[in-house]
Design a protein around this ligand. Structure first.
Ligand code: ATP
Ligand code: MG
Length: 745
């Protein structure tokens, strides 16, 4: 039996159709991605195609990783020379070799959103733009939209004729491009734009890549935007072996310029394209599939498809409505705990999906306190957050100043008028003299051409020296507070908007808790707390964080990042009008926006293989305010008989209680009181009810990285247990139980 026997007839047809354009249009879970991977295997093994000649593109790194894995399993030899990557990394690889043709240096920097914002702030100041009228975020969005349509600043200006505000944006766009080029930097949109520009203007480069990528495949094609379409169609123009797979019902990136017309018009652009439809779903139970079909049926602008499965009915869909988001999180985490403890499944069979990133925090808190390992996909873990990194960079600079990256990170944060030119001068000088960046700052008066920058560098150095002197007599907590106060860090955060700042300030509070905990821990052990010791401990936790990679964890992510993935058990949380569908779409009179939300709901439901749980809350904190929500209209589109707890619907009709302090707020308060109070050593642990880390002082444990050791202390902290272990080889380490994942032996 060959691997192709595991495919159905239509799938096989798609795999065998190797020459010429091919469009596979099919619903969720019908094996589109599977066809792509088998097609790659077929090309190599049956058609003798050189792996080198194959390019497979997907949307997210996670999807690319999974596809790579599937391909590696199917293709034994040479699979590493196949390019399996996202649009962005494909473009980066090409640009690193050839972008000099466009006047950039091949070691260009890639600006992330933060960098873009910083640059935009500078530009607005320089051009004296009123950022109350032209919000930085909106300016960046306008530029991004233009780039996705491949509209240059010049063309933008032409099109803005007669429109004052578009003219203004054109000016900003011009300046932005000028600065980017001067900094030899590209933003994410540029990666594609420049790659297309390169292919379209350099015939020899185009020829090289057309010869190289004779077979091109694109997954999740429904979400390509114009420039991405240009990229693949230009590359495929010579051999025309372009295979795209997608599902118009899963197009969820319109806000980023994804153009569903790319899929609907494929047959017009490639006239001889073969179109294959797949109709059998292999992923989900019929109950889940029926629910998905029932929801998506309400969209008008779609090609009708029928999906069926012979996976059996499976379990009913669980629906629960809670009073608060906090209760919702508690239920879901408890449910996962129950399933895992009873041996039904492992952590990584479970995914919690939600509409907005902000919803993750409640789940994170609950998971940490239930001691359940989790991974935030696409989100940012605590120690990777900007404000935490900034403050740690201050502490590192104060501690020894040898970490150039840290010093450079904060030299102009908050803004103190030290521009890139000065930073580069300092950097060059440091390199020449073979001294650290901070040492160069200390001797800034010796740097040639430093000019006006000198006084600012001098006051920066004075500031750091002042903190250094303070560090000698202050506690770390006091030092942190002083840094925040003296530099005006929080005021600066607030200029980005009160709402964003609020979440960041909460994170900063969390870091202060951590510092206080560390110092008290030291005192209890009779040790002297030091800045270096604190940084070491934090580095350890931050480092252990990344070990999550191949262990067992619950996955948390937004619906957008879940595309293409599948999990036995999916929790779709926050099914509320005003949250999902979002407030914007509920209040807008554009029906297309609601349809996009509904497609997102279809994506969410179809991620589930065996069991789907839908939850919502009557009240929840959104941007610091209590919001009262009705259950999502999408829920009501699901036939009652598919739900296990249909009765729960009635509850919604009940009178809303008078607003009182929500249990979420109470819990939050309790959490803070707990976090600020001193940590208390826990001598003897009762592991009952899943509390406690699962081992006691005196137990021997194993750690993935440090090997075996003896638990010498367990301290209950604000959110987690801090465990001290004397490792046989690695010495004594202190770590958070949730991250350390110690195994009792
Ligand atoms: N012919 C088949 N026989 C058995 N299992 C199959 C078959 N085709 C697909 N599957 C399985 O069904 C599941 C869904 O397949 P796949 O992820 O390729 O679907 P998809 O169409 O890409 O879904 P999505 O639209 O969500 O991206 C996978 O677990 C896959 O292995
Ligand atoms: Mg897929």
């Amino acid at each position: 039996m060959s691997i192709y026997d595991t495919l159905n007839e239509q799938q096989r047809e798609a795999v065998y159709h190797t020459e010429g354009p091919l469009l596979i249009l099919a619903g969720a879970g019908s094996g589109k991605t599977r066809v792509l991977t088998h097609r790659i295997a077929y090309l190599i093994e049956e058609k003798g195609v050189n792996p080198w000649n194959i390019l497979a593109i997907t949307f997210t790194n996670k999807a690319a990783g999974e596809m790579r894995e599937r391909v590696d399993n199917l293709v034994g030899f040479g699979s590493e020379s196949i390019w399996v990557s996202t649009f962005h990394s494909t473009c980066v690889r090409i640009l690193r070799r050839h972008i000099d043709r466009l006047g950039y240096d091949t070691n260009f920097t890639i600006y992330d959103t933060d960098d873009q914002k910083t640059l935009m702030r500078d530009i607005c100041k320089y051009l004296q733009i009123d950022t109350k009228i032209y919000r930085e975020r909106n300016l960046l969005a306008a530029i991004s939209a233009a780039k996705n349509e491949m509209i240059s600043p010049k063309e933008f200006r032409l099109r803005a004729e007669g429109d004052f505000s578009r003219q203004k944006i054109a000016t900003v766009y011009e300046e932005y491009e000028k600065q980017m080029q001067a900094n030899n930097a590209l933003d994410f949109d540029d990666l594609l734009v420049k790659a297309v520009q390169l292919l379209k203007t350099q015939p020899d480069v185009l020829d090289y890549y057309q010869e190289r990528f004779r077979y091109i495949m694109v997954d999740e094609y429904q979400d390509t935007n114009n420039v991405q379409f240009q990229f693949v169609s230009t590359l495929a123009a010579k051999y025309r072996n372009l295979c795209v797979v997608g599902d118009d019902d899963q197009s969820i990136y319109k806000f980023r310029g994804a153009d569903i017309r790319n899929i609907l018009n494929f047959e017009n652009v490639f006239e001889d394209a073969r179109v294959i439809k797949l109709e059998q779903n292999y992923r989900s139970t019929s109950t889940i599939l029926d629910a998905a079909n029932a929801v998506i049926r309400n969209n008008r602008g779609r090609k009708d498809k029928t999906l069926w499965t012979d996976n059996g009915q499976g379990e009913k869909i669980e629906f629960r409505q809670f009073d608060t988001g906090f209760d919702e999180a508690e239920y879901i985490v408890g449910d996962i705990r129950g399933h895992v403890d009873s041996g039904d499944c492992s952590y990584n069979d479970n995914a919690i999906l939600y509409r907005t990133n902000a919803q993750s925090r409640l789940f994170e808190e609950k998971l940490v306190s239930a001691n359940i390992p989790y991974k935030l996909v696409g989100g940012v873990n605590f120690y990777a957050r900007r404000e935490i990194k900034d403050l740690l960079a201050y502490l590192k600079t104060i501690d020894n100043g040898r970490d150039d990256l840290a010093v450079r990170r904060i030299i102009n944060v908050p803004k103190r008028g030290i521009g890139l030119t000065s930073v580069n001068r300092v950097q060059e000088y440091a390199l020449q003299r073979e001294i650290s960046f901070y040492e160069a700052v200390l001797g800034a008066d010796l740097i040639p051409g430093i000019g006006r920058g000198l006084s600012r560098l001098e006051s920066f150095a004075a500031l750091i020296e002042h903190f250094k002197e303070e560090a000698g007599r202050m506690s770390i907590l006091e030092l942190l507070e002083d840094i925040i106060e003296t530099t005006g860090y929080i005021e600066e955060l607030k200029t980005e908007g009160e709402i964003e700042a609020e979440a960041r300030i909460e994170n900063i509070d969390e870091l202060k808790n951590k510092a206080a905990d560390y110092e008290e821990g030291c005192h209890e052990r009779g040790e002297t707390p030091t800045l270096g010791g604190f940084l070491e401990e934090v580095a350890l936790v931050a480092d252990i964080d990344s070990l999550d990679e191949d262990s067992d964890y619950v996955v948390l992510m937004t619906l957008h990042s879940a595309k293409g993935l599948e999990f036995p058990h999916v929790y779709l949380a926050g099914m509320e009008d005003g949250l999902f569908p979002s407030y914007m779409t509920v209040t807008s009179d554009n029906p297309e926006e609601l349809e996009e939300e509904r497609r997102l709901c279809y994506v969410g439901i179809t991620r589930a293989m065996k069991q789907l749980t839908l939850t919502c809350a009557r009240r929840r904190m959104v941007r610091g305010e209590t919001q009262y929500n009705k259950m999502s209209r999408f829920l009501k589109e699901i036939p009652m008989e598919l739900l296990s707890t249909g009765m729960k619907f009635e509850k919604e009709e009940k009178e809303e209680e008078t607003p009182r302090q929500s249990s979420w707020q109470q819990a939050k308060q309790a959490f803070h009181t707990k976090a600020f109070s001193s940590p208390r050593p826990v001598q003897q642990f009762k592991v009952a009810g899943g509390n406690g880390p699962g081992y006691d002082v005196g137990d021997r444990v194993r750690h993935v990285k440090f090997g075996e050791g003896l638990v010498t202390a367990i301290v209950e902290g604000g959110r987690d247990y801090e465990v001290t272990v004397e490792f046989d080889k690695a010495g004594t380490k202190k770590m958070f139980a949730a991250f350390a994942k110690l195994q009792k032996i």
